[in-house]
Design a protein around this ligand. Sequence first.
Ligand code: TPP
Length: 568
Amino acid sequence: TTDNQNTQVTDGFHLVIDALKANDLDTIFGLVGIPITDLCRLAQAEGLRFIGFRHEQHAGNAAAIAGYMTQKPGICMTVSAPGFLNGLTALANATVNCFPMILISGSSEREIVDLQQGDYEEMDQLNAAKPYCKAAYRINHIEDIGIGFARAIRAAVSGRPGGVYLDLPAQLLAQTMPVEEAKKSIFKVIDPVPRQIPAPDAVERALNVLKGAKRPLILLGKGAAYAQADADIRALIEKSGIPYLPMSMAKGLLPDNHPQSASAARSFVLAEADAVLLVGARLNWLLAHGKGKTWGKDPKKFIQIDIQANEVDSNVQIDAPLIGDIGSCVGELLKGIAAVPKPADEWISAINEKKDKNMAKMAETLAKEASPMNFHGALRAIRDVIKQNPDVNLVNEGANTLDYCRAIVDMYKPRKRFDSGTWGIMGIGMGYAIGAAVTSGLPTVAVEGDSAFGFSGMELETICRYNLPITTVVFNNNGVYRGTDVNPTGGADVAPTVFVKNARYDKMIEAFGGVGYYVTTPAELEAALIKAIAEGKPALINAVIDETAGTESGRLTNLNPSTAAGKK
Ligand code: TPP
């Protein structure tokens, strides 16, 4: 357009798109409405990919997992107040998991919001977002769009990655400025993920701890997977000969069948190791806070590689903090690793003995042909299919479904497993699956407890609409954890954990043109999954699981508070 002086002008809509494009952010996961509908249309018209969801939480989860896979902030776009709040859960989850994403939300007029005069979708979104993300910004003037996006991008990906909120008032989108000036205001952020080299004395301290260790262990967290330092991490493990344990989302960073993997002897190595090198893994609840029974009687020395200095000493004293980006820290350790003696033979053989025993036990359990099908039978089938299709992205949530799948289904490549993560959250399923499929273009399998699936099930329509190569497997055991509880009063309401029995989840996807499968045996499940992956079309496999199988809260039974007074 031109203004009355005949200079070419542009507007906020165009500059937002230009800022995304300038930074190679080519996909938006979102949900339209006032004031962003035209912005989303324009994004598509300008060649960006817009993936429209049915609920903002799942758009946010898709953006978050895209960020985890690419080291670029995933972009989620929402409308004001309720749309923003729906996206906020995903933003908070991304921040807790250290996934880089930017939640961009339209917002109502500042003057009215600030005087609380009751605007359409009135909400002070900037302040609502702040406690739940790494940074929150608002752009008030069109001249600041370039700088605003630069701040958001940098905040999301530098240092410890996380969620960033970016508030775009409706008015901003309509503002205009001369094209020539506008062009100069938009730029590509230089070195958004700067390397952070560890201090030499910290490297030496870490190597000295390893030199003094008799029973060393390396623990890989999803930070290690995120770092994309795959070759160096593998070299460090193989050159040192130190056994390693992958946390859930670090599975596949080295193939799970690697001889140095101590996964099958997890309890043993955590209890018995005398020195532990944490690589992008935090000593949070998932690692029993680094203390107590899990970690055995004898004192341990910890080395911790983390980009965030104040992660150190969060739960126990860290003997050798190594602060920097994981690639640089591992690179420095590699230079000195030849001087570290190999772990004692007794340590390695003790681990191997435990592994062999536990793996034989698991093989026996997996070989049992239970009817009705249980978690083990179903996961044996999935394990075999994933082994044949190592490029498949695997999304996983539920309680028993999560815990057993993590233990049974091996991963062979990095950043292929996406799950409930740091919070143990339900509802990431379809969002992560869509984000992973869109980002990679590869077949994606979501292994879902029936309760877990319910949180994002409506996104089956999104999957069908974009014809994504996603196969959702619902482990249908009629309820949360199990399907067997009864209402002790004999009243008409079912127990709090119970769903409609024998629900036909496979029919849901048929409503949108996808392929539904109903399976009751491991052989049927295996055949359906092979077919669905090969066809590369939206599919849902309703896998009927024994409703008596599984335990309350899966492996987390002990986290349920209990009172003697309440026991009947
Ligand atoms: N709400 C959220 C957002 N996150 C949670 N983790 C929970 C509730 C509590 N929760 C933990 S696991 C779970 C729920 C509701 C569902 C477990 O049932 P299901 O997905 O069917 O898995 P199963 O144990 O049958 O494998």
